[in-house]
Design a protein around this ligand. Structure first.
Ligand code: HEC
Length: 125
């Protein structure tokens, strides 16, 4: 094994370690715990059906107010929001603060629970 080859292996090992840290930081929420915690949302939402609130499948990364057949508030429809994990986190801290005039009246104070639910929603593509 030449010197060059060794250096290559070392580089790959370093890269893998760096990626590992990045993946860990992004995965702050626990999707398994989030699935249970999502029960609180199910008073009004489900993954696949419109109910009091719009269906959630694919919500992470989607533009707000765009599920077909759901009767959104004008405020949310015109918000221009894209549901990144960060935006959903802000939304869940107080929908009325983020989008005055929305008709979602529910907030979650616990940051860990929000992160878990967002991680769960991200798996429901
Ligand atoms: C009391 C009923 C209720 C509860 C509980 C509720 N929501 Fe909602 N949600 C709504 C309604 C109604 C809307 C539509 C708001 C509008 O049109 O202004 C909505 C909209 C949303 C949207 C925007 C979706 C889109 O298509 O733009 C997200 C994201 C969302 N809710 C997440 C959640 C999560 C996550 C939970 C649980 C932590 C939750 N909601 C709990 C009623 C609720």
């Amino acid at each position: 094994m030449g010197k060059f080859h060794l250096r290559r292996i070392w580089t790959i090992a370093l890269t893998t370690a760096t990626l590992g840290i990045a993946a860990h930081a992004a995965a702050a929420g626990d999707p398994v715990a989030g699935k249970t915690a999502y029960g609180a949302c199910m008073a009004c939402h489900s993954i696949d059906d419109n109910d009091v609130g719009p269906a959630h499948r694919g919500v992470v990364g989607r533009k707000a107010g765009t599920v077909p057949g759901f009767n959104y508030s004008i405020a949310l429809k015109n918000s221009g929001i894209v549901w990144t994990p960060e935006m959903i986190d802000r939304w869940l801290q107080g929908p009325q603060n983020l989008v005055p005039g929305t008709k979602m009246f529910f907030a979650l104070g616990d940051a860990k629970t929000r992160a878990d639910i967002i991680a769960y929603l991200a798996t429901q593509k």
